[in-house]
Design a protein around this ligand. Structure first.
Ligand SMILES: *Cc1c(COP(=O)(O)O)cnc(C)c1O
Length: 432
């Protein structure tokens, strides 16, 4: 990573201006609504890891749906450029590009935790001595609740059957090497590995390829929660050979609060349409599309990830996902990642050079081991992290707070500026 040259805030400010002017993706910001702060200026928004900003194109796309419903009602299933009947199909290509999958390996449906459960119905099949699920200690609560309740649902005891891998107490990070060793050590008793692509609290990006390869070598099904990875880092789910993955679209994918989530099922499973060989919960939208409306009693699974759909999708929730994921396809994940590494690197360099005494960065320093988010811990003897966080908020600088002591800030390459990073560092310096 080329670390830009500067030794004080004035030089950093000059650099920020130059970087923004030379930014090939700078124009994308115009395509988003940027929230305003109390003084009427634009916020420095670092919370895209929690709720991505609204693309301006979303409103018109939603109005088109509402107009269609008002004017043509049931005909809307077949009329217009985006008829509702095949609505999920319009998302296939952009979603496949977003996560590095084949189009028939992805589907937009439900919400994230629901998809994790549906995936575990198929891929957590405890048998004999292989009954355990490996997760990380400190997992996002919903992921722990989901795995914990799946163990109980299958008649197991989470005390024994949920292995929670603790991070290193000093760094707070969980080394890829340790995950791989744990899978190797427990392989004989594991029925599933479920891990996050990017850890929500620390911002650590796991070696998805290496960990997946280890699990696969030992015949252990592996799934990934990509809530903080989708739209943040380039993914190659097909090539990496993951069994399944699930993610939400309201964070880095800019699809709006509670947006319809995404799901990946590798084609080697999608090919299996016999539910006795690969169990799943079935509903009519997972039925073979060609014969769905013959309304017969028998279930014939459609090939691919589509077969895991239960219901016809909520159109008004799906449309923002289409708009936003098409933007990712247009901008290109590689170009976004290039800017992301540069911008997060710039923010990191400023924190290390100008704030090292009072601000610690928990997120790995190696760009290959993180996305755009940096997790900061305030180490000032007199000012608490919470105090600093509230000062930032008052200045129109929006990150978020994660108990007990972490300020998360995510410069998002599609709409953040180097100048936003400068504003953040200036405010941190003022507050400390
Ligand atoms: C954001 C997030 C969730 C949220 O789950 P929903 O089902 O979308 O409410 C779950 N897991 C992780 C790891 C997350 O980051």
């Amino acid at each position: 990573m080329n670390t830009p040259e500067f030794t004080n805030l004035e030089q950093a400010a000059v650099l920020a201006r130059e970087l923004d002017q030379a930014d090939p993706l700078g124009g994308w910001r115009e395509r988003f609504h940027i929230p305003r702060d109390d003084r009427g200026g634009e916020q420095a928004y670092f919370c895209g890891n929690s709720l991505g900003l609204q693309p301006k194109a979303t409103r018109a796309a939603l109005e088109a749906d509402l107009n269609m419903w008002a004017e043509q009602a049931v005909e809307g299933h077949f009329a217009g450029p985006h008829p509702w009947m095949p609505a999920h199909e319009f998302l296939r290509e952009p979603l496949a590009r977003l996560v590095g999958a084949k189009p028939h390996e992805v589907v937009a449906m439900n919400s994230l935790t629901v998809n994790l459960h549906l995936m575990m119905v198929s891929f957590y099949r405890p048998e004999g001595v292989r009954r355990k699920i490996l997760i990380e200690a400190g997992a996002f609560p919903s992921d722990r609740h989901a795995t914990w309740s799946q163990v109980i649902f299958h008649g197991g005891d989470p005390e024994h059957d949920l292995i929670e891998l603790a991070p290193d107490p000093d760094s707070g990070l969980l080394d890829d090497r340790r995950v791989i060793e744990a899978i190797e050590a427990h392989a004989g008793e594991l029925a599933l590995v479920l891990l996050p692509g990017v850890q929500y609290r620390t911002g650590q990006l796991f070696d998805i390829a290496g960990i997946t390869a280890t699990a696969r070598r030992h015949g252990v099904p592996i799934g990934w929660d990509l809530a903080h990875a989708a739209g943040n880092v380039p993914l190659r789910l097909h090539e990496w050979d993951c069994d399944f993955a699930a993610w939400c679209h309201y964070k880095y994918c800019n699809s709006g609060p509670g947006a319809v989530a995404g799901c990946f099922v590798h084609e080697r499973h999608g090919r299996v349409t016999d539910l006795r060989k690969l169990p799943r919960f079935a509903g009519w939208w997972g039925h073979d599309a060609g014969s769905r409306f013959r309304m017969g009693p028998e279930f014939h699974a459609t090939p691919g990830a589509d077969a895991w759909q239960l219901s016809n999708p909520p159109i008004l929730a799906l449309t923002p996902v289409r708009v936003a994921t098409e933007m990712f396809a247009e901008a290109g994940m590689d170009a976004l990642r290039e800017k992301s590494e540069k911008m997060t690197g710039f923010l990191e360099a400023m924190v290390r050079r100008l704030l090292a005494e009072h601000v610690q960065i928990i997120t790995p320093a190696d760009p290959a081991r993180r996305g755009c988010q940096l997790s900061l811990r305030i180490t000032h003897p007199e000012h608490s992290g919470r105090e600093v966080f509230e000062y930032l908020t008052g200045q129109g600088i929006v990150g978020d707070w994660r108990e007990p002591d972490v300020i998360r800030v995510a410069p998002v390459p599609m709409y953040s500026r180097y100048d936003d990073c400068l504003r953040l560092v200036r405010a941190l310096m003022d507050s400390l």
